[in-house]
Design a protein around this ligand. Structure first.
Ligand code: C2E
Ligand code: CA
Ligand code: CA
Length: 722
């Protein structure tokens, strides 16, 4: 009612008197003072007004006939009307006036009253009324805002609670039940340690006590809290705590009267369990290899850095190992990536089992692992562990339902002997590993300064090889193939040589692997195609007109897809009959990209070029591809031929290969025949075509042409060793 500004609001006043003269003078006195005035000439009329309109003040004559002022007051109190009453009465009715005051009237005016007194009493009554309704409004507002706060607190996603100075809960919102399962009533009066996870108790106690010295400073702490049901995992909360200072109010947090005097701690606990898990997951993934769960390159670097610092400080030794699997690619290509992954996991597990707690094994990617081994007493310690690594891989792995053998080449670099910096140690371990690979794999090698020389030499070699192409230092040699039934050279295999300005002639095995690594093999192979075509034409011109030329083809070159076109174009350009050309591929090309290989070999066949399987029997593949590929010739690998030393013994692998060739109607060539014993055994087994030092070394084109012309004129002695 009185809630608008006083200046605008006109208090409603009801004047009640049965004497018209008194009523008129009252009206006259109060008129023009800012009141909204209504008059009633008796009790009945007053009640009518009161039941229709609300009034702020009733100036009420007590003594009236029929319906008296008391009756009007009764009406007001029965109806619970919110109106202030000032009663007026004559001197004789003083008792009645006192009764009216008791009945709740605000004031009493004894007739005849001076006008000042009237003004004062009416003014005060209205003032009082205004204060009362102001109070009521504030009380209502308080109630509303309290309800609001309560709502805010209870619907907060966080647990909000207060602790007394003794650490017991004095307040807690409903959220605690949802997140931890406790009912709030259960917790009130309990010590906070009931909900804190044991592992975090010390920290909880520390922050709680620390907070008691620094008021109004908020502190944050991350704590794990125990759910009511013990089988549930503790949840992690990020808790902000503010001290409630004893005896202060509005500027610190005030929750109930008790805090005001005793002080305590106000806390907001946010459940960060999920976020924390996600963070941990992200951090884990940033530092671990997902496949093997080993540390990754980043964590490896980190650990190595730490281990180096420690080794420097404690003057101890430390080993860095580079572990690279041999033949992993073959497994991956043949059995598929799933199997490759499974193999890597198993390898990781075995390697890890060889290590001490302080060692770190990590996977850099692919089939490369590294290990940091701190606190070694000497080189022997490192050798011991490297040896364990090698040994632990000896037993076959079970992958995709079949046994798979892998081995590893391991390089070891030692701090402080082989370097004092991270990069240096890792590089040197890597160099030692490559050295091991070149020494036949499946073992470990320590770094040695002389290896730096070797790897430097590699770089130089690669550069030189680049130049070799431009400078024309490459040359094709040819190793004749002899048909022992006629003693005639029926063909020759093209083998590349590098006429190195400083080193002299280098065998293909000495430089082609670098060419493969560096991609130089592609331009080199392009060059080779041209070179052999030119040479072939010279053979035909000089008597070797039915000679077959065999060429080796790098898997990389075949993989590129345009090999067939290139060969065909070269043959057409030089008008060479394709039937006199044989392409040698190893079994492994069938693994890399079998479809592409089949396609290209098929096209070669259609063109009339024949295909030989080189190094037969050493590759990874099984016999199954023999049916899938268009093959004309099998070359028995030199390693099988080499085993034939004793003329009386049996060599079942050789016999088996001969039987396969005969069974499938394929040509057969024996490679690397060096002794008469070998030649005889192979001939007896059924092989007619021989290639090897026993007959001829690979030779320059000029030499071959001489031989061929001699053969054509019928005077060649083919059985000599040259
Ligand atoms: P491959 O195809 O198995 O070639 C036979 C290798 O055995 C040749 O080595 C040859 O000189 C050698 N050899 C021949 N007869 C005997 C023998 O009686 N005893 C011994 N101990 N060795 C013998 P080379 O020329 O060093 O070639 C090595 C490999 O390099 C070849 O193995 C072939 O795979 C590859 N290669 C050679 N020339 C080329 C080429 O022009 N292009 C490509 N892509 N690869 C080539
Ligand atoms: Ca060959
Ligand atoms: Ca071979």
């Amino acid at each position: 009612m009185l809630n608008s500004p006083v200046g605008e609001y006109q208090p409603r006043v009801l004047l009640v008197d049965d004497e018209p003269r008194v009523l008129a003078s009252l009206l006259e006195l109060l008129n023009g003072r800012g009141y909204h005035i209504t008059t009633a000439g008796g009790g009945r009329e007053a009640i009518e007004h009161l039941s229709r309109t609300p009034f702020d003040l009733v100036v009420l004559d007590l003594h009236m006939p029929e319906v008296s002022g008391h009756d009007v007051m009764d009406f007001i109190s029965v109806r619970n009307l919110d109106a202030q009453v000032v009663v007026t009465s004559g001197a004789t009715e003083i008792e009645a006036a006192i009764g009216a005051i008791r009945q709740g009237a605000y004031g009493y005016l004894r007739k005849p009253y001076p006008r000042e007194e009237l003004y004062k009493t009416v003014g005060n009554a209205l003032q009082q009324r205004r204060l009362e309704s102001e109070n009521q409004r504030i009380a209502q507002q308080l109630k509303r805002s309290e309800r609001m706060y309560r709502y805010l607190v209870d619907s907060s996603p966080d647990i909000i609670y207060t602790l007394g100075p003794d650490g017991c809960f004095t307040f807690i919102n409903d959220r605690v039940q949802q997140l931890l399962g406790y009912r709030r009533e259960e917790l009130i009066g309990q010590h906070y340690s009931t909900v804190v996870y044991e592992g975090d108790m010390e920290r909880a106690n520390y922050v709680f006590n620390e907070g008691r010295t620094a008021f109004s400073q908020s502190r944050s702490v991350e704590l794990r809290l125990k759910p009511l049901r013990a089988e549930n995992e503790p949840r992690t909360f990020s808790i902000v705590m503010v001290m409630i200072q004893p005896g202060t109010d509005s500027d610190s947090v005030k929750l109930d009267a008790r805090h005001k005097t005793e002080g305590g701690t106000y806390c907001v606990a946010r459940d960060v369990t999920e976020r924390k898990r996600a963070d941990e997951q992200i951090a884990y993934q940033a530092y671990h290899d997902i496949l093997t769960e080993l540390p990754n390159r980043a964590l490896f670097k980190d650990r190595l850095g730490l281990a180096l610092l420690q080794a420097k400080r404690n003057e101890t030794n430390l080993a860095v190992m580079f572990i690279d699997l041999d033949r992993f690619k073959v497994v991956n290509d043949t059995l598929g990536h799933g199997a490759g992954d499974a193999l890597l996991q198993q390898v990781a597990t075995r390697l890890k089992a060889c290590l001490r707690r302080c060692d770190t094994l990590s996977r850099l990617g692919g089939d490369e692992f590294t290990a940091v081994l701190p606190e070694l007493s000497d080189r022997q310690d490192a050798a011991l562990i490297a040896g364990k690594f090698v040994d632990c891989l000896r037993q076959p792995f079970q992958v995709a339902g079949q046994p798979v053998h892998v081995s590893a080449s391991i390089g070891v670099a030692l701090y402080p002997y082989d370097g004092s910096q991270q990069e240096e140690l890792v590089r040197n371990a890597d160099i030692a590993m490559y050295h091991m690979k070149s020494q036949g794999k499946n073992g470990y090698a320590f770094f040695h300064a002389s290896l730096l020389e070797t790897s430097y030499q590699k770089i130089v070699l690669e550069h030189d090889l680049h130049m070799a192409l431009e400078r024309g230092e490459l040359e094709m040699f040819y190793q004749p193939q002899v048909d022992i039934s006629t003693q005639k050279i029926i063909g020759a295999e093209a083998l590349m040589r590098w006429n190195h300005p400083a080193r002299g002639f280098m065998g293909a095995g000495e430089f082609l692997p670098f060419a493969e690594e560096s991609g130089l093999i592609l331009p080199i192979s392009d060059w080779m195609l041209e070179a052999i075509c030119r040479d072939f034409l010279e053979w035909t011109a000089l008597g070797g007109d039915s000679m077959r030329l065999s060429l080796n083809i790098s898997p990389q070159y075949l993989d590129r897809g345009d090999f067939f076109e290139k060969l065909k174009n070269a043959l057409v350009r030089h008008q060479i009959p394709p039937g006199q050309i044989e392409v040698e591929v190893t079994e492994n090309i069938c693994i890399r990209n079998p479809q592409n290989a089949i396609d290209q070999l098929d096209k070669l066949c259609q063109l009339g070029v024949s295909v030989a399987i080189d190094d037969f029997g050493t590759g990874y593949s099984s016999l199954s591809y023999l049916h899938r590929f268009p093959i004309h010739t099998i070359k028995i690998d030199r390693s099988f031929v080499m085993e034939i030393q004793d003329s009386g013994a049996q060599f079942p692998v050789v016999l088996a290969i001969v039987a396969i060739a005969q069974g499938l109607g394929l040509n057969l060539v024996s490679e690397g025949v060096e002794t008469a014993v070998q030649a005889k055994y192979l001939a007896d087994a059924g092989c007619r075509i021989m290639q090897g030092f026993l007959y001829h070394q690979p030779m320059a084109q000029g030499k071959l042409v001489e031989l061929l012309s001699a053969q054509a004129s019928g005077g060649a002695e083919l059985h000599t060793l040259n």
